[in-house]
Write a protein that binds this ligand. Structure first.
Ligand SMILES: NC(=O)c1ccc[n+]([C@@H]2O[C@H](COP(=O)([O-])OP(=O)(O)OC[C@H]3O[C@@H](n4cnc5c(N)ncnc54)[C@H](O)[C@@H]3O)[C@@H](O)[C@H]2O)c1
Ligand SMILES: O=C(O)C(=O)C[C@@H](O)[C@H](O)[C@H](O)COP(=O)(O)O
Ligand SMILES: [Zn+2]
Length: 361
């Protein structure tokens, strides 16, 4: 069974397909019909698992299909590896009608999207997310980019894919730690936008951790519904889109401070949400019981809940470069209540209390 959603962005609208064995279905890749050539961008872990099947599907369009396999890991989400994509595109004669197909997790999706945004000033790309995190979050919404040693996703562009094809069967080969990382963004969607969905996540934690296909299907579908509604309302993060950053002000600081790759993005976000919830409570929005419940859900997904002890000064330095910062003022995503979030600044004294109380300082 397949579900289809639409990200509604006028002439840049695109479908999200969610189901099983989708990478074998050429009709979902119809956007390739007008392409002069197709490049699958993937990594050395995912290529041996799925690139042969996807190549077979894409060869039905009668155009050359090439594979670019990058090294695997968050630490490779940088300009040097972006350059490798451009090198191959130029070496093999890619043009403005070339289609890129991102086959992999969020790292591959973000880098392929940025390559598509900037190659010859913009070509089309399709997202084929193969991690839970990429299916529930990164493949949707058009945020693309690379990291800078001083800050996460600092160089990038908004560039929407022409289709997202989320094949739930690819999740069967995902290591448990990566599955948990994806669940962090699922919990985030419940926490910021849908209290009932958070109840469902809490009740179905076991099935989610076991990668049950029905449970995964619902988690991916509801997450994509929530994210696509937010993105359709505010594509370039002028307002409500920033709520998708819940847990990320602290989380990105953790990722950059540890050196990219030591903690997974989802792990840093899971822990970041514990801090974000604590701060929301100190700002007298959610209750202590809400913080405890959210922390328990995050912990039940096998995600870390105690942040690295960088100390107040280092956290504040790292958070200062966050993209939500305005005029030097750090802004945080605060939970008004479970299922509702907003963005605001917070007194440094309260942030310091949060950092001390959670073990970060
Ligand atoms: N653009 C956005 O809106 C957005 C949203 C959330 C996260 N992100 C970014 O996404 C990245 C994290 O993505 P991620 O968690 O997918 O990490 P990832 O891309 O590093 O993938 C995780 C690991 O799983 C492996 N893998 C992928 N698919 C597999 C499969 N089916 N079976 C076995 N192994 C598989 C990968 O090779 C990698 O080792 C971060 O860079 C983060 O900043 C972007
Ligand atoms: O799509 C969004 O908007 C998000 O904030 C989703 C986040 O999960 C994701 O990690 C995103 O890449 C963070 O964006 P950034 O602008 O803070 O780098
Ligand atoms: Zn994220």
């Amino acid at each position: 069974m397949m579900k289809t959603l639409e990200v509604d962005l006028g002439n840049r609208s695109y479908p999200i397909y969610i189901g099983t064995d989708l990478i074998d279905q050429p009709e979902l890749f119809n956007a390739c019909e007008k392409a002069t050539s197709i490049y699958i961008v993937t990594n050395t872990t995912v290529a041996p698992l799925y690139s042969e099947r996807l190549t077979k599907t894409l060869e039905k369009f009668g155009k050359p299909v090439r594979i670019i396999a990058l090294p695997d890991g968050e630490s490779y989400k940088d300009w040097k590896n972006l350059q490798l994509i451009f090198d191959d595109l130029l070496k093999f004669g890619a043009d403005r009608q070339t289609m890129l197909v991102a086959l992999g997790g969020g790292v591959i999706g973000d880098m392929t999207g940025f390559a598509a945004a900037s190659f010859m000033r913009g070509i089309r790309f399709i997202q084929v997310p193969t991690t839970l995190l990429a299916q529930v979050d990164s493949s949707v919404g058009g945020k693309t980019g690379i990291n800078h040693p001083l800050g996460k996703n600092m160089i990038g562009a908004f560039h929407q894919p022409v289709a997202v094809i989320a094949d739930l069967n690819t999740l069967k080969t995902l290591p448990p730690r990566e599955l948990s990382a994806g669940l962090a963004e699922v919990v985030k969607h419940g926490a910021i936008a849908d209290a009932q969905f958070l109840d469902w996540i809490e009740a179905n934690a076991k099935a989610l951790l076991a990668c049950d296909t029905d449970a995964m299907g619902h988690a991916v579908l509801r997450s994509c519904e929530i994210k696509s509604a937010v993105v359709s309302a505010d594509e370039r993060e002028g307002g409500i889109r920033a709520t998708l950053n819940f847990g990320h002000t602290f989380g990105h600081a953790i990722e950059a401070g540890m050196g990219y790759g030591e903690w997974l993005h989802g792990e840093a976000v899971g822990c970041g949400m514990v801090l974000g919830a604590d701060l929301s409570c100190r700002l007298k929005r959610i209750s202590k019981a809400d913080v405890e419940r959210l922390t328990k859900i995050i912990h039940s997904m096998n995600l870390p809940i105690v942040p690295p002890k960088f100390g107040v000064k280092r956290y504040m330095e790292l958070m200062q470069v966050d993209k939500k910062t305005e005029g030097g003022q750090i802004r945080y995503v605060i939970l008004e209540k479970i299922g509702k979030a907003q963005i605001e600044s917070a007194p440094d004294a309260l942030v310091k209390e949060t950092l001390s109380a959670t073990g970060a300082a």
